[in-house]
Design a protein around this ligand. Sequence first.
Ligand code: PGA
Length: 233
Amino acid sequence: MTLVVANWKMNLGYAQAKRWLAVVGPELSRFEVEVLVLPSFPLLPLLQGQRPQRLLVGAQNAGPAASGAYTGEVSPVLLKELGCTHVLLGHSERRFFFGESPELVARRTAAALEAGLSPIVCVGEGIGEERQAVLERQLAPLKPWAERLILAYEPLFAIGSGRPASVDDARAARELIARLLDRTAPVLYGGSVTAENARCFLREAGMDGLLVGTSSLDPTGFVGLLEAIADAT
Ligand code: PGA
């Protein structure tokens, strides 16, 4: 089933999250898609307590081990206890602002799988970078777990810019990921997804879902995006 991920990033406080749940929650039964929300860590107990039926909850990152001396990290085991099913790993904002290497992302991936979480690993080239070389570097250390991964293709220029990748680029990236991993894994598209372009990425590019940042923050707008997707699936 198509997976739509609402990546709130470092946005939405407690009251806004409650409102989002109140608006989006009752609508979810109308859509034949899986919706996964990724709130800030401290909101996870709220979502555990007030989670609408059919809403999946995940985290935006997870520590590279089950426990230990990793100040500032959050254990994937604790995330699982708090009701998370998925975790986003290697988002370009983690790789570029916080220097996360492909090897660290792979360690986080292994720990997440060990804890029973489904990792969604983000890959994508920066401006002026060659896609194949970057994806090779990002995917190589993930190969041992290839069959258990969900990937998200997010080219950097498309994130938060209002300039999404082309359908052809998304399709090509999807094929490249399968080639580099030696298998077909589910691949989401992310980067300036809106209600207007969501349909193209699902229907024309054949992506398995969408990773939505900005357009996931306003609950009414997000329901509009789900409606557009429902037409496309
Ligand atoms: P955006 O963010 O939808 O605001 O471009 C997507 C993401 O980075 O997950």
